[in-house]
Ligand binder design. Structure first.
Ligand SMILES: Nc1ncnc2c1ncn2[C@@H]1O[C@H](COP(=O)(O)OP(=O)(O)OP(=O)(O)O)[C@@H](O)[C@H]1O
Ligand SMILES: [Mg+2]
Length: 375
């Protein structure tokens, strides 16, 4: 489980010529273990599909190396890579039925006709497309084509499965159902997979680790829990998590015992220097400007807390989202109980030292997380 399976080192992707170059992937290094499900998450254009296409061999690698199961892939023909890919566009073979599309890559293998038929039928059942197996791609819906394409990729015995937005066309209920089944299938069959998705809930539910990308750069590659608790930088901190982390730009002041993060309008967050672990306090105090981050569910009400004014209160059936303003900043709180606060009411909130993240305002790098704080 812990051995290196896919090894990407210092990979760049540059499209076009020098005059019109697009630098889509920059110095990407990441290692995926055998049996692991990794997700690529990031905003549109950050380089997710380019990364998958280089691994699959549909795009050349401009710089760096990609190895899979010990073999260097850079110059290997796509069909020799033993990589299965489900595309964003479905690219099924139009003259073949859905059943034959799914079976296609199996026909060139040692599997007998009966075994292939069984595998196709089980895959179709798992993906809820048993009823369209005899139809042709042109006569089924986009979501059905997408599931057929996913089935065609998953059914193969490949060293690596690349799934680019494999459920983007499906409604949330079906996605949620298939998500569980696909994860079970992947883990049962010892498959190694890289999934591209825009859906954080999907990335969280399916992945062992998530690679957050932005602007062609890998920002962080960690477990969903670690991305939440210890984001490397402000980008990851605010991109991962829904609703996003609240952030307050602040100036730092200190005296012998206290560190103060001064927000606008004279509001300040005061902490004992001894609240911080000795390894991080020097780094915090070395900064003049920081961004203090706190997750919406980590803001607590406290009678002695700071005053914030409610601007919206939404009960979602299992949690309340309260939007408020605090010293001119907007802040979102998530609470499990149904809150009765009305627009215009004042609430009093605390940002416990255990729950704050401190980032260097200039570089965005994380300097301290609640978990680093001494207690
Ligand atoms: N064939 C190409 N020629 C030139 N530029 C390209 C090509 N393919 C992608 N790009 C550019 O490379 C960058 C990364 O694109 P890529 O398709 O990898 O993004 P992505 O993260 O998959 O985005 P999305 O979430 O929208 O699918 C973008 O700026 C895109 O315009
Ligand atoms: Mg893409």
């Amino acid at each position: 489980m812990n051995d290196i399976h896919l090894d990407i080192q210092q990979v760049d992707k540059i499209y076009g010529t020098a005059a019109s170059a697009v630098h889509a992937v920059k110095g990407l290094s990441m290692v995926v273990r055998r049996g692991e499900i990794a997700s690529l998450l990031g905003s549109s254009g950050c380089g997710k599909t380019s990364t998958l296409r280089m691994i699959a061999g549909f795009e050349g690698v401009s710089k760096g190396t990609i190895k899979l199961a010990g073999r260097t892939l850079n110059d290997l023909h796509p069909v020799k890579r033993n990589v299965a890919m489900a595309f964003e566009g479905y690219s099924l073979y139009p003259p073949l039925t859905i059943s034959d599309n799914i079976a296609f890559a199996l026909k060139a293998t040692k599997h007998g006709a009966k075994e292939i038929a069984e595998k196709v039928s089980a895959m179709a059942e798992m993906l809820e497309i048993s009823d369209i197996l005899d139809r042709y791609p042109s006569s089924v819906s986009g979501g059905q084509q997408q599931r057929a394409s996913l089935g065609r990729a998953l059914v193969r015995d490949a060293d690596l499965h690349l799934l680019d937005e494999p459920m983007g066309q499906l409604e949330p209920q079906l996605r949620a159902l298939l998500r569980g089944r696909i994860k079970h299938y992947i883990k049962e069959n010892g498959v190694t997979a890289i999934l591209v998705t825009h859906d954080q809930a999907e990335a969280n539910a399916l992945s062992d680790r998530i690679a957050v990308m932005e602007g062609g750069y890998l920002q962080q590659f960690d477990s969903p829990e670690k991305l939440k608790d210890q984001p490397n930088n402000l980008y990851t901190g605010t991109f991962v998590g829904e609703p996003p982390m609240n952030t307050f730009s602040a100036k730092i002041e200190r005296n012998d015992t206290l560190v103060r993060f001064i927000l606008d309008q004279g509001v300040s967050l005061s902490y004992n220097i001894s609240d911080f672990s000795p390894n991080v306090i020097d780094a915090v105090l070395a900064l003049q400007h920081v961004v203090v981050g706190v997750r919406p569910y980590a803001i607590k009400r406290h009678a002695d807390g700071m005053r914030a004014t409610v601007v919206a209160n939404h009960w979602l059936g299992d949690q309340t989202h309260i939007a408020a303003t605090l010293a001119g900043h907007s802040v979102i709180l998530v609470e499990h109980d149904r809150a009765t606060d009305k627009v215009g009411d004042d609430i009093y909130i605390n940002l416990d030292p255990d729950n704050i993240h401190v980032f260097d305002r200039d570089s965005g790098a994380a300097v301290s997380h609640g978990a680093d704080i001494a207690r």
